[in-house]
Ligand binder design. Structure first.
Ligand code: ATP
Ligand code: MG
Length: 137
């Protein structure tokens, strides 16, 4: 059993596809162990994406992530981290495989509908960033 963090980004929340995206997880064997809708502050987004601080797109990424509310969830299941990445599709929706969340709901590489932890180690860090253990079940 493994846990990973998912974020439904502001573009997908604004489009009204929270339910459709959460359904992708549940329909593919990932349990929603915790979920909440929140508005990130600039310092939240900067801290969460600190790993990308030196990348040229960092400021645009932070601006985008605080442009509206997001839905953060803990997904649980066998190989949850890799399974979620598979359901998400490639970072650039134009390269994402048909039937993936990004192919179906994302516009471009800036507004790409979802985030998913990229390793089991980072998943633990990202989950602790948003949730206390008693919020997860
Ligand atoms: P995420 O971390 O959001 O799940 P990812 O792991 O597929 O996506 P990363 O390389 O971690 O991709 O990049 C983090 C986010 O930064 C991407 O989701 C995207 O929104 C943005 N990003 C990545 N590369 C670029 C780029 N070349 N130009 C603009 N934005 C980018
Ligand atoms: Mg990433």
């Amino acid at each position: 059993m493994e846990r990973t963090l998912s974020i439904i980004k502001p573009d997908a929340v604004a489009k009204g596809v929270i339910g459709k995206i959460l359904d992708r997880f549940e329909s593919n064997g990932l349990k929603i162990a915790a979920t909440k809708k929140i508005q990130l502050t600039r310092s939240d987004a900067e801290a969460f994406y600190a790993i990308h601080a030196e990348r040229p797109f960092f400021n645009d990424l932070v601006d985008f992530m605080i442009s509206g509310p997001v839905v953060v969830s803990v997904l649980e299941g066998e190989k949850a981290m890799a399974k979620n990445r598979e359901l998400m599709g490639a970072t650039n929706p134009k390269e994402a495989e048909a039937g993936t969340i990004r192919a179906d709901f994302a516009e471009n590489i800036d507004a790409n509908a979802v985030h998913g932890s990229d390793s089991v180690e980072n998943a633990a860090i990202e989950i602790a960033f948003f949730f206390s253990e008693r919020e997860i079940s």
